[in-house]
Design a protein around this ligand. Sequence first.
Ligand code: ACO
Length: 423
Amino acid sequence: MPESITITDNRTGESIEVPIVDGGVDAAAWRKLLPNVWFLDPSFSTTAATTSAVSEVDGENGILRYRGYPIEQLAEHSTFLEVAYLLLHGELPTPGEYDKWVYDITHHTFIHERFRKRFMESFLHDAHPMGMFVSTIAALSTFYPEAKDIDDSQNRMHQIVRLIAKVPTVAAAGSRFNSGLPFVYPDNNLDFATNFLSMMFKIAEPTYECDPAMSRALDLLLITHADHGQNCSTSTARVVGSAHTDPYSVIAAAACSLYGPRHGGANQAVMEMLYEIGSYENIDPFIKAVKAGETRLMGFGHRVYKNYDPRARIIKDAAYDVFEVTGSNPLLDIALKLEEVALGDDYFVSRRLYPNVDFYSGLIYQSMGFPTDMFTVLFAIARTAGWLAHWVELLEQDSRIARPRQVYTGSTERTYTPITERS
Ligand code: ACO
C-alpha cells in the first residue's frame, strides 16, 4: 500500500498525491492544489507546526522520550542539568562536558543587585510570583541587549546558560519578596536543586541543609517537566522566536502561556479541588458534578495522552519518598481515592481521561513547603530548558515567521455611517 494520500479538488477534478513522511504530509502540496482554501484547525489539533527532534510524545501508548531516551531512564539515572544539556545539545555530555556545563550554570546564578532591588521590589507585596517571574525575565532583556544578536551561536549559548542559571534565582526572589522574607543569595557550593531550595527556605543558618530525598525529588520533578513536544507554551516560544525576538522575551512569552490554568496552572487547581473535596464522603458528589459538566476533574485528561501520562507515574512514586521525610499529606488519600473512582468510572474510561503530570506534583510541592502560587513557577524553571532547546532548533531550521491564516466569517463590505446618523 502506498505511503501517501490523494487530495482531489471536486470543483476541478484535479488531484494531487502527497507522500506521508514521518507521519506527516507536507502542506505545500495542499497550498499548490488549493490556493486560498485554508485548512481550518483551531487549537492546531491536527497541524504539525514544525519538525522537531527534541522530545517525542506518543500519547496513544503513554510514551515520552527526550532525544530518544525514555523519561523513565532519565528520571532514574540523570540529573536536571544533564537533561537540560541533552535537550539543548542533542547528546548526553561526556564527564568533561558535564563538569563544564554545571560549572557554567553554577557561576551565572546571580542577578544584578540593583535590578532585584529597584525592579523586583517595586511589585505590590502580594504580587503573584508567576506575574513577577514573567515580567522579570522579560525585563532581563534590557540588561543583556547583546542577546538580540541571535545569529551568533556562541552568544546564543551564553544567553542560554544565563537563563537556565538565573530562572531559579528570579523565581525564589519573587517568592521571598511575596512572603516578606529577605532575599537569599545563590550558594555556589550547592547543586542546582538544593541551591533553589536554599534560596527558597534558608532562614539564618550559615549553610542550607536538607534531606537528600528532598533535593532528589525536586530534581526529578524538574526532569519530568523539562520538555513536552509542541505544547501551548513551547508553541508560544516558537511563534515569538520566529519573529527573531531576543531569548529573554521568548522565555517570558512562553511563561505567560504556562501561567494559564489549562496549562501550567493546573496543579494549583488540583490542590484547590482537593481542598474543596476535603473528605472521602464528598468524592462521589464531586464526581457526579464532573459528569454533569458542572466542573472538571483537574489533573485528569490531556490533549495528547489518551493513556496514563508516564510523568504522572514517576511523580506518584516520588511522592512517597517525599512523604517519608515530611510525613504524609492528608490530601494524598483523597487524591488516591479520587483516581481510583475515576479510573473505574465509564465517563472517564470512555473519554480516555487519565491522571496527567499535574495530578500529584502539587501534593509534593506542598509537602516540601512551597506556597501554592509557586507551583507554576517551578514548572517554568524546568520548562525553560525545553523552551530554549526549541528556540535553538527553530533558529537552526531557518524557519519563516509564524503567520497562520484565518477563515474570515465577518461582514462583507459595508459603507461607513457618520455617528450622527446611527440610531
Ligand atoms: N474532567 C472532566 N471531563 C473532562 C476532563 C476533565 N479533566 N478533561 C476532558 N474532559 C471531557 C470533556 O468534557 C469532553 O467530554 P465530551 O466529549 O462529553 O464533550 C472530553 O473529555 C474531551 O475533552 P476536551 O476538552 O475535548 O479535551 P482537550 O484535549 O481539549 O482538553 C485538557 C485537554 C485541557 C487538558 C482537559 O483534559 C482539561 O481541562 N483537564 C483539566 C486541566 C488539566 O489537568 N490541565 C493540565 C494538562 S497537562 C499540562 O498542561 C501540563
